[in-house]
Design a binder for this molecule. Structure first.
Ligand code: GLC
Ligand code: MG
Length: 533
């Protein structure tokens, strides 16, 4: 694998931007975003300075899980447009040098997928074995104790054929049987279909669930179960992260290899030592196993310094790091750490070594929106209500401007989820005009990262700090940048010989050009980038 002086691959240089298509931009006045809407906003993404877009599913779906329950992996839901809209989207994105990454959902289909309709029609159907069917336990109950991620048991009884089928998520999302070679081949064809249409990569959904224990052994209880989600009552040792998942990943990877330089990202909620195994032996796995640890690690300098260190040290040879602050399944960063500290988080995300992914709206400082009970959409919230597990709050409409509905759809249409109350302050149009806005901070960080390969590709060296400060140096070809982040609200000072040079960017966007020598004063919630020398 390349060392620091070699040219890196495109996906090592890019910043990925995640679009949740229902909430980005509506073009046809139904209150739900669509592909034409995304096309109309590509100029914004280009202006912002991101180089790759990952779009959550837009495939035909009954929408039990808002598109993660698919009835046809190789088409577009009419609500989102048509295949020719998709082609137009790819062409328009590529014209702007923006790569296109799709969501690939191999673990399950919708229960309305023709494959499952056949599979459940009889025990003799040739597609019976495409899903995971089991006889009842001797007592007539579920085959084992596995739980669904979204609450309740993971086995659904089918009275007609007198067997259970397995669903890691909703009962409307039966799991495919990846031990069946026909299933594997059919799902490889899905990859080829989109690769031929020009997509640059995939984010693989629910990858850790793909293969299950062949003996379907019971999962053990979780000793430190904090009971937030019923799923967490057990350790999913037999239902996730099984050795055979790696074989399936290798197969996906080899399909991609036939098409040149394409990218495979894996959705993998796993501890670091397990996560890094997904780079695969000799880099035959996913290129980027999504690293979600900034979402789960307590937000303080010591824990985050340890996290970065542990992760960097665990990376296999040639394994490229990747970082994420949020996505469509988790509470937004602004709500987790507060608006002021979210600016520091942005500086962290965009100056760490590795490929970052920005969740739509985080660049505006969008926060979780409280959803009135009658407007709840997410099945997770409906199944396990009132525990803050619902994902609607982080999926609300993108805030484009101060007009009604924040510009996501026509003023007289109700968007599928409510718009945040403060959208008149936090939106693209308003923030563009404010030189100190969160949006302009993102734009500046993205521009700096693009113009300074040290930030995108350079080495990472931790700098020793105490208290609430986090500091590190990024370096490449003799250009060195010191990043110092104050993870608390109180002002502080950082002193040391490495602090010499020119301050190029502060999270407050007001100190560019300042000379520093031997020490820097930092305001509360301030981060700075210093060009050393
Ligand atoms: C992934 C997706 C999530 C979805 C689930 C089932 O975790 O990110 O949104 O509900 O898989 O497909
Ligand atoms: Mg629409």
């Amino acid at each position: 694998m390349a060392d620091a002086s070699d040219e890196r691959l495109w996906w090592q240089r890019v910043v990925v931007y995640q679009v949740y298509p229902r909430s980005f931009q509506d073009s046809d006045g139904d209150g739900v975003g669509d592909l034409r809407g995304i096309i109309s906003r590509l100029s914004y993404l280009e202006w912002l300075g991101v180089d790759a877009v990952w779009i959550s599913p837009f495939y035909p779906s009954p929408m039990a899980d808002f598109g993660y329950d698919i009835t046809d992996h190789t088409d577009v839901h009419p609500m989102f447009g048509t295949l020719s809209d998709f082609d137009a989207f790819v062409a328009e994105a590529h014209r702007r040098d923006i790569k296109v990454i799709l969501d690939y959902v191999p673990n399950h289909t919708s229960d309305e997928h023709p494959w499952f309709v056949e599979s459940r029609s009889s025990r003799e159907n040739p597609k019976r074995d495409w899903y995971i069917w089991q006889d009842p336990a001797p007592d007539g109950g579920s085959p084992n104790n596995w739980q669904s991620v979204f609450g309740g048991g993971a086995w659904e009884w089918d009275a007609a054929t007198q067997q259970y089928y397995y669903h890691a998520y909703l009962r409307e999302q039966p799991d495919l049987n990846w031990r069946n070679p026909e299933v594997r081949e059919a799902m490889m064809e899905v990859l080829r279909f989109w690769l031929q249409r020009g997509v640059d990569g995939f984010r693989v959904d629910a990858l850790r669930q793909l293969l299950k224990d062949e003996h379907l052994r019971d999962n053990p209880p979780n000793p430190d179960h904090r009971a937030r989600s019923p799923y967490d009552a057990l350790l999913p040792v037999y239902s996730t992260d099984r050795p055979k998942v790696h074989e399936a990943v290798r197969e996906m990877r080899s399909v991609l290899e036939d098409y040149g330089d394409r990218l495979l990202i894996g959705e993998l909620y796993l501890p670091i030592d397990r996560l890094v195994t997904y780079y695969g032996e000799n880099n035959s796995g996913v290129h980027l196993p999504f690293n979600f640890h900034l979402i789960s690690t307590p937000w303080n300098a010591r824990e985050i310094a340890t996290l970065i260190h542990t992760y960097e040290a665990a990376l296999p040879r040639g394994g490229w790091p990747t970082w994420v602050l949020g996505n469509h399944d988790r509470s937004r960063i602004t709500s987790r750490v507060g608006a002021a500290q979210a600016r520091v988080a942005a500086m962290l995300l965009l100056t760490l070594r590795g490929t970052p992914t920005v969740y739509y709206g985080d660049e505006l400082g969008m926060h979780d929106v409280e959803i009135p009970p009658e407007r709840v959409q997410d099945p997770f919230e409906k199944n396990v209500p009132g525990r803050g597990l619902g994902r609607d709050p982080a999926r609300t409409p993108m805030q484009w401007d101060a007009s009604p509905n924040a510009g996501i759809c026509p003023p007289d249409v109700e968007p599928w989820l409510p718009v945040a109350d403060d959208y008149r302050t936090y939106n693209v149009a308003t923030e563009r005009e404010d030189p100190a806005s969160m949006l302009n901070l993102h734009r500046r960080l993205l521009a700096l990262r693009r113009s300074e390969p040290a930030l995108a590709l350079g080495s990472y060296e931790p700098v020793e700090t105490t208290g609430d400060l986090l500091a590190y140096v990024r370096e490449r070809d003799g250009r060195r940048f010191l990043i110092v982040l104050n993870l608390k609200h109180n002002p502080t000072t950082f002193e040391g010989p490495e602090i010499r040079g020119r301050l190029v960017l502060s999270t407050h966007l007001d100190r560019g050009g300042e000379r520093v020598n031997g020490g820097i004063g930092l305001r509360g919630d301030e981060g700075v980038i210093v060009e050393q020398g």
